[in-house]
Design a protein around this ligand. Structure first.
Ligand code: ACO
Length: 268
């Protein structure tokens, strides 16, 4: 993290308290609608984090987590201060989108656990931002909607994979193509929320979860997250091999005076 505990970049606020960094979307007057500058700003955040940060909270200022892309991007006037972006026929179009996606992808880094703190609307790019995080804590007023197909777009900010991984293909198809809004209770039933709390308790609930997540030994937490993240693409045999290799790496990297004793290992 930068020397300053609070940092601002492109409509984002970055705060650090101990091992917890909080990135807040700061466009409350637009329900935190996002622009390409904000996606590029998000991509810069990991470069500002020190190795001491273990949990990253993503939140929105005001009543909505995020109302998706700033729809003025699709108007002839555009958004003041934002460039129009490249057209799909431009050879740089793919790299441009990859740059936007980078703002979402770092949230899966095994070195951190990311938590989306969602109150109110999480629409389109906002839903994808919540999906980009490892965990989601929802206020009971949360409303999630994958709006892109209804607007003639595909969700392209890395949201489709976590959505399918969490809710399964049929439900993902239904949610995306109907663009219906799901409330916090349904989100919890679908596995899209680890916790649902009264709106007034969202910040406290996220703070508590961030604290609980730091119970694990940092190196073990990192190795475990990496192991879990690849489990679905491996067979049981392959995952068993990966577990053994990860354990060996973890134990070898630990100083001799901090080795886990066999009795501790057996008792967990
Ligand atoms: N882009 C630009 N401005 C927005 C956006 C947006 N996505 N969302 C809200 N705003 C602005 C509104 O225009 C309004 O501005 P104004 O005060 O100058 O009129 C202000 O934020 C407040 O919005 P309201 O609509 O008044 O707030 P309300 O609480 O009634 O509704 C809601 C919130 C449901 C989020 C509504 O604003 C909305 O439907 N926004 C558009 C959502 C959307 O379709 N996003 C694109 C998804 S697809 C994608 O992200 C790729």
């Amino acid at each position: 993290m930068s020397a300053e505990p609070t940092d601002r970049v492109a409509g984002l606020k970055l705060e650090v308290e101990g091992a917890v960094a909080t990135v807040t979307l700061m466009r409350r007057e637009r329900r935190n609608a996002m622009t390409p500058s904000m996606w590029r700003g998000l991509a810069q955040v990991p470069g500002r984090l020190s190795g001491d940060v273990r949990v990253v909270v993503v939140a929105g200022d005001g009543p909505s987590f995020c109302a998706g892309i700033d729809l003025r991007m699709f108007t002839p006037e555009g958004v003041p201060g934002e460039d129009r972006g490249l057209s799909p026929s431009d050879p740089g179009f793919d790299a441009q989108l990859a740059g936007y996606q980078a703002g979402f992808r770092w949230l899966r880094d095994p070195a951190i656990v990311s938590i989306a703190a969602v109150r109110g609307h999480a629409i389109g790019a906002g839903f994808q931002l919540a999906l980009a995080c490892d965990l989601r804590v929802l206020a009971d007023d949360a409303q999630l909607c994958m709006k892109e197909p209804a607007l003639g777009l595909v969700p392209d900010l890395t949201g489709t994979k976590p959505l399918v991984d969490i809710v399964g293909l049929p439900r993902a198809v239904e949610l995306c193509l109907t663009a219906r809004t799901i409330d916090a209770a349904e989100a919890a039933r679908l596995g899209l929320a680890e916790r649902v709390v009264p709106a007034a308790e969202l910040d406290d609930a996220v703070r508590e979860l961030a604290k609980e997540l730091q119970t694990a030994d940092p190196a073990a937490a990192r190795a475990t997250k990496a192991l879990l993240a690849h489990a679905h693409e491996r067979s049981l045999d392959e995952q068993a091999v990966a577990e053994r290799a990860a354990q060996a790496r973890l134990l070898q990297a630990r100083p001799a005076d901090q080795q886990v004793q066999p009795t501790q290992a057996v008792s967990g």
